[in-house]
Design a protein around this ligand. Structure first.
Ligand code: E4P
Length: 217
C-alpha cells in the first residue's frame, strides 16, 4: 500500500518524508488556500517545491471545468515536474480530459469520486488513480469503506489498472481498514499516519526494558 500525505504544508511534508515511508503527496485548492498559497505563479512554484522534497507522485488539481481549460491547465501542470499527476474532477468534461491525458501519457488522479459508477468511468477513461473520498461519505452517514470494497471488486473483475487512492482519510483506523480492503494507496493527514506507530504495550514495554537496563548499568 502506498502512503500519500494530504496537505500542502511544507513542514508536514518534510516530516513525513523524513519517516522514510512516504510515497507521494495530494493537494487540492482548499489545502493550498489553507497554506496561503495564491496566484498562478506561487501555486506552480509550490508544486515544484513539494516535488523536490518527496520521492513520489504529487497530485496538482486543475481549476477549469471545461475540456479545453482542463487540458490547457493539466498540460502546463504536467510540464512543471515529472512527478506531477494532474488531478481532474469527476465531471463529464473531466472524463473527456482524463481520456485525452491518458492517450498523451499524462498521469491523472480522478478526484471527488463518491460512487462505484464514477470509479468505473474513471477507469475506463484511463485514470492513473481514482480518489474515493471516504471521510466525506462518513460525514453524511454513508459507509465510505463500502465504496472502497465495491470499487476493488469491480476493478478486479475487469483487471483495470487504475489505482484506488483512498482519499479523505481522517484517522488511523481508516488506513488499516483500507489496507484490509486492498486499496492501492491512501492519502491522509500526518496524524493519521503517525497513529499507526502507537500502542500502549509498546510504550510500557519500552519503559520496562529501559528501566531494567538502567538498574544494572
Ligand atoms: C484528496 O485528494 C483530497 O485532497 C482529500 O483527501 C480531501 O479530504 P477532506 O475530505 O478531508 O477534505
Amino acid at each position: 500500500m502506498k502512503f500519500f500525505i494530504d496537505t500542502a504544508n511544507i513542514d508536514q511534508i518534510k516530516e513525513a518524508q523524513d519517516l522514510g515511508i512516504l510515497d507521494g503527496v495530494t493537494t487540492n485548492p482548499s489545502l493550498m488556500a489553507k497554506e496561503g498559497i495564491t496566484g498562478e505563479e506561487n501555486i506552480k512554484n509550490h508544486y515544484i517545491k513539494i516535488c523536490e522534497i518527496v520521492d513520489g507522485d504529487v497530485s496538482a488539481e486543475v481549476i477549469s471545468t471545461d475540456f479545453e481549460g482542463i487540458v490547457k491547465e493539466g498540460e502546463a501542470l504536467a510540464q512543471l515536474h515529472d512527478q506531477i499527476v494532474v488531478k481532474v474532477p469527476m465531471i463529464k468534461e473531466g472524463i473527456k480530459a482524463i481520456k485525452y491525458f491518458s492517450e498523451k501519457g499524462i498521469r491523472t488522479n480522478c478526484t471527488l469520486v463518491f460512487s462505484v459508477g464514477q470509479a468505473l468511468l474513471a477507469a475506463k477513461a484511463g485514470a492513473t488513480y481514482v480518489s474515493p473520498f471516504i471521510g466525506r461519505l462518513d460525514d453524511i452517514s454513508t459507509d465510505g469503506l463500502n465504496l472502497i470494497e465495491d470499487i476493488r471488486l469491480v476493478y478486479d473483475n475487469y483487471m483495470f489498472e487504475t489505482q484506488i487512492l483512498a482519499a479523505s482519510v481522517r484517522h488511523t483506523m481508516h488506513i488499516i481498514d483500507c489496507a484490509k480492503l486492498g486499496a492501492d494507496v491512501m492519502t491522509g493527514p500526518l496524524s493519521s499516519i503517525e497513529g499507526l506507530l502507537k500502542h500502549p504495550l509498546t510504550d510500557s514495554g519500552l519503559e520496562k526494558f529501559l528501566a531494567d537496563y538502567n538498574k544494572n548499568n
